[in-house]
Design a protein around this ligand. Structure first.
Ligand code: EPU
Length: 427
């Protein structure tokens, strides 16, 4: 299995291009099930997760071809309506085919995802939403079976808490439902907006984009379309955080700074300079008269649904706080078990204690972090370990990096091109 080796202590310098967003690509790929035809999706990142979703579409009868960052996907003839355990166990977002399959085929059978490294992650909101639209759902042999006799019918649906894939799934089940569907307490993440844009281009009628109340007026037919995946705000944020950790200056291009409002404010509060342009961010660290980076100031964060601080950047931000001046209090409010990176950061010398959903990080000097063998536990935890490895003196070797490949396109190459001593090798 591949590992990453980093020789830490080098500032990042130069320009790094952000790829398309994994969490937008996955629902947009699932949306190609909704209506028969040939779709063209641009800026699709080539990741383990997008490949899994393409494999799943193929299992359902679709065909596809890639040309650079663009995919042509033909869903004219679907031959199946089942997402098997083998796929769902490697990628929970496979459940995103439930809504579109209900719309297209009137039935779907999807393996129920179990808990994962960051929490229990149930899909009860998705299933309740489908039921409110007139479908029946039941669990048999580890699979969720959803079915509708006749047509799905619009209804008023309220999420207990905003769910990103829940909102996307229910949206895709409602676009052709008879009458009007109102989704309250909907997720406002930019990835949901990207899906709404694609559904609208297909002929769907959706009002309330970027708000927590979506109104869908069911239409009789939808057509295949062309759509572009938005830039990955979590990848952009990870590189901005990495500059804070290592020092230096990065121009982070092909991103949308308006998708990272709280992160940019928090990084500025540490003492970093963050310049937001139309489609790029210039992130840099203050330097003293000798030209070496000054220590940054610790700040507190609380993860929240968009536009709050994203849970998907909490682990990486902690790797920065580990070597800032002072104490940082990090509250994780979205997932109950998202501190798996803490024990690994401690192996490098970080001073962190956990109290329930709160991590208390006592900053130490950059040069006190010392490289060690560490292990990735989930996607964003892996990115946090890379950030820490870029700072720690000596060699850090990270195992189980297949987690990283699920969501970061060419991260090792991208970091190497901006000055990091990082390599991937078969371990
Ligand atoms: N929840 C329920 N029941 C549900 C659905 C969600 O209780 O039916 C709870 C979850 O357990 C969690 C909260 O609601 O406590 C919010 O979860 P959400 O449903 O929004 O998460 P998700 O849709 O499963 C997406 C991203 C995650 C990201 C979260 C939060 C995709 C494919 N995944 O997950 O991304 O962390 O939203 O922003 O969009 C990642 O990329 O590393 C990743 C985990």
């Amino acid at each position: 299995m591949d590992k990453i080796r980093i020789n830490g202590g080098r500032p990042l310098q130069g320009s790094v291009k952000v790829s398309g967003a994994k969490n937008a690509a996955l629902p947009l790929l699932a949306a190609t099930i909704l209506a028969p035809g040939t779709y063209t999706l641009h800026n699709v990142p080539d990741l383990r997760d997008t490949r899994t979703m393409l494999m799943l579409l193929q299992t359902l009868g679709a065909s596809w071809e890639r040309s650079g960052g663009s995919l042509r996907i033909n869903t004219s003839e679907l031959t199946g309506a089942e997402a098997p355990y083998e796929m769902v166990k490697t990628m929970r977002a496979s459940v995103l085919v439930l809504g579109p399959l209900l719309t297209r085929a009137g039935c779907a059978r999807v393996s129920l995802p179990g808990g994962c490294a960051i929490g229990a992650r149930p899909i009860n909101f998705h299933l309740r939403g489908f039921e409110q639209l007139g479908a029946t759902t039941h669990l048999a042999s580890g699979y969720v079976e959803a079915r509708v006799e006749g047509e799905l019918t619009g209804n008023s649906i309220s999420f207990d808490i905003p769910s990103v894939t829940g909102t996307e799934n229910v949206l895709m089940a409602s676009v052709k439902a008879k009458g009007i569907t109102i989704i309250r307490n909907a997720a406002k993440e930019p990835e949901v907006g990207n899906l709404i844009d694609m559904l609208t281009a297909m002929g769907a009628k959706i009002e309330g984009q970027d708000t927590d109340c979506l109104t869908v007026t069911g239409v009789n037919s939808l057509q295949a379309t062309e759509a572009t995946i938005i830039p990955d705000r979590i990848e952009a944020g990870t590189y901005a955080i990495a500059v804070g950790a290592t020092g230096g200056e990065l121009e982070i291009t092909d991103c949308d700074p308006s998708h990272l409002p709280v992160l940019m404010e928090k990084l500025r509060s540490t003492g970093m300079s963050i310049e937001a342009k139309a489609s790029s961010i210039i992130a840099s660290c203050p330097v003293n008269v000798q030209g070496t980076s000054c220590p940054l100031q610790a700040v507190d964060i609380t993860t929240m649904p968009f536009p709050g601080f994203p849970t998907d950047l909490q682990a990486q931000f902690m790797a920065l706080m580990v070597q800032c001046k002072g104490t940082s209090i990090i509250h994780e409010t979205i997932f109950e078990n998202r501190f798996m990176h803490v024990a690994e950061l401690q192996r490098l010398g970080a001073k962190i204690s956990i109290d329930g959903a709160t991590a208390i990080v006592n900053g130490i000097d950059r040069n006190k972090l010392i490289g060690a063998p560490i292990m990735a536990t989930d996607l964003r935890a892996s990115a946090s370990l890379v950030v820490a490895g870029l700072v720690a003196s000596g060699v850090t070797e990270i195992s189980r990096i297949y987690h990283l490949e699920r969501g970061y396109e060419n991260m090792v190459d991208k970091l190497r091109r901006v000055g990091a001593a990082i390599e991937q090798f078969a371990g």
